[in-house]
Design a protein around this ligand. Structure first.
Ligand code: ZN
Length: 340
């Protein structure tokens, strides 16, 4: 007989009772962890500290009199944007960023992005601060195989366009399914202190969705997102939508990051209620890597019903087909319930 205090792997696969979302928020660290060897063509995943180098910006900056401005793109961009005589340089920085990120391609072999999108359900959501196209590309790879989570681009995305009339997003260069017009590129939000999250209709639609997601989430994961100073307004918006830690005593926050626990707790103290947080220093230790497509069910059983959870870890596999085969029992169970 099985121990009733144990929430077994088999029970977990059969259990699709949760309605509340697991919301995952990605920062640059998630893309770097997904592509340690670079993208499919070996191009490096930049972070704010090496963008100036990777995009060859030293020369145009020097010519405009910013020779000693340093390497941190956040500081570089904010300084150039604030000095109003340099609008063409500012435009050049934006063009170089957009062009570089547009050209990135998810590696062919399974990446953390593939694991992420396959490990959540349509009630869940992934919101990214990254401009790179990886989240979109991972969904394209799997959407015919599995019902996928909602995806949100909080600072825009280099390859994603938007039809304002129909409120639909799609690839830049393709046409809207509803009206046949070309999707217009979404605006990328660059690192300045006062980012505008409301006037651009696409960006404001993404933020409306994440605020709703934060309000109802049972699990909240921050993955590789360092909450930089230039994102203070974003963190304020997220904190207001999440509410005070006292109001969220049943929920669990997870942080996937290479920093130390002390550093992370300091950064995220506004979100964390006493001991209700977990820290994973790599993705394989995370909730999603161990309770794929059932994360809320598994945490509900342990946090609310006080049962022990048996893990169902997603293995490292070397092909997308093998990954699909592994996920099939979970997805078959969901589709059977939907009558497919
Ligand atoms: Zn349209």
């Amino acid at each position: 007989m099985t121990d009733p205090a144990l929430y077994t792997r088999d029970e977990q696969i059969q259990d699709i009772s949760a309605q509340r979302p697991h919301l995952v928020i990605l920062g640059a660290g998630a893309s770097v962890a997904s592509c340690p060897e670079g993208d499919n063509n070996g191009r490096t995943l930049p972070v704010m500290l090496d963008l100036v180098d990777i995009l060859d910006l030293a020369e145009p900056l020097e010519q405009a009199g910013f020779a000693s401005i340093g390497q941190d793109f956040e500081h570089v961009y904010a300084t150039v944007a604030a000095s109003h005589e340099h609008s063409s340089l500012c435009h050049l920085l934006e063009e170089r960023v957009a062009e570089y990120f547009r050209g990135l391609q998810l590696p062919d072999a399974p990446t953390i992005y593939d694991h992420l999108v396959l490990s959540l359900r349509p009630k869940d959501a992934i919101a990214t601060f990254n401009w790179d196209p990886f989240l979109w590309q991972a969904c394209q790879r799997h959407h015919a195989f599995a019902p996928l989570p909602k995806i949100l681009f909080l600072h825009g995305c280099a390859i994603v366009g938007w039809c304002e009339a129909d409120k639909k997003q799609g690839l830049v260069g393709q046409r809207c399914r509803e009206c046949g017009e070309l999707y217009r590129p979404t605006r990328l939000l660059y690192p300045v202190a006062n980012k505008d999250y409301t006037s651009d209709p696409y960006i404001s639609s993404q933020w409306r969705s994440i605020r709703a997601g934060l309000g109802s989430a049972f699990l909240l994961t921050f993955f590789g997102y360092g909450a930089p100073d230039s994102d203070a307004a974003a963190v304020d918006l997220m904190s207001a939508a999440w509410g005070t830690p006292d109001a969220r005593v049943m929920e669990e926050i997870e942080i996937i990051d290479i920093k130390t626990e002390d550093q992370l707790v300091t950064t995220w103290t506004r979100f964390i209620h006493s001991h209700h947080y977990t820290i994973a220093h790599e993705y394989s230790q995370s909730i999603l890597a161990n309770y794929p497509r059932r994360s809320v069910e598994a945490y509900w059983q342990s946090l609310i019903e006080a049962r022990f959870r048996e893990e169902n870890p997603v293995p490292q596999l070397d092909s997308i087909d093998a990954l699909h085969e592994w996920f099939a029992p979970l997805i078959d169970r969901e589709c059977a319930a939907d009558g497919h």
